[in-house]
Design a protein around this ligand. Structure first.
Ligand SMILES: [Cu+2]
Length: 150
C-alpha cells in the first residue's frame, strides 16, 4: 500500500512539473513588465489587430513594415493567431498609419486591404488566402476548417 501511494505521489508531482513548464510562455509576458516601466508606458500605446499571413517570412515582412513606421517601438506578429501586437508612441504616429504600412507590404489587416502588386511579389509560400480568418485563438486551428480537400 505504501509503495503504490508513493508512485501516485510521484506521478502527480511529475504532472505538476510538466504543467508548470508548459505554462511558462504565458506567464513570461506578465513578469516582463516591471512596475518601474510605468512612466515609459504612459507615452506608449499598445495596439493589437488582425493581419493575414502564412509563415515566418510573412512574420518578418509584416513586422518590418510595422517597425518602419516612425514611432513604432515594437511589433510582434503571431503566425498562429494571425494577429499583431504593436507598441508605438502615439504622439508620433497612429493606428491607421501602421495598418497602411502593413497593407503596403502586401498584407491584409482588419482595416486596410493589402496592396495587390506587393502581394503578387510575395514568395509563393506567403501568398495567403484572402478569406483567412484573422484574430484566431491559435489553439482552435483544426476546429473550424476540418474539411480541407486541397
Ligand atoms: Cu510567408
Amino acid at each position: 500500500m505504501n509503495f503504490s501511494n508513493k508512485h501516485v505521489i510521484l506521478g502527480v508531482a511529475l504532472l505538476a512539473a510538466i504543467g508548470f513548464t508548459s505554462c511558462k510562455n504565458e506567464a513570461k509576458q506578465e513578469t516582463e513588465t516591471p512596475t518601474t516601466e510605468v512612466s515609459q508606458e504612459l507615452a506608449m500605446a499598445d495596439l493589437s489587430f488582425g493581419v493575414r499571413g502564412n509563415c515566418g517570412m510573412c512574420k518578418s515582412t509584416i513586422e518590418k513594415a510595422a517597425n518602419g513606421v516612425e514611432g513604432v517601438a515594437s511589433a510582434n506578429w503571431d503566425v498562429d493567431k494571425k494577429k499583431i501586437d504593436v507598441t508605438f508612441d502615439d504622439t508620433k504616429t497612429d493606428a491607421m498609419a501602421i495598418h497602411n504600412a502593413i497593407a503596403a507590404s502586401g498584407y491584409d489587416t482588419e482595416k486596410a486591404t493589402g496592396d495587390l502588386d506587393a502581394y503578387e511579389n510575395l514568395p509563393g509560400c506567403c501568398k495567403y488566402d484572402h478569406d483567412m480568418e484573422m484574430n484566431q485563438s491559435g489553439d482552435m486551428k483544426a476546429e473550424d476548417h476540418t474539411n480541407h480537400d486541397g
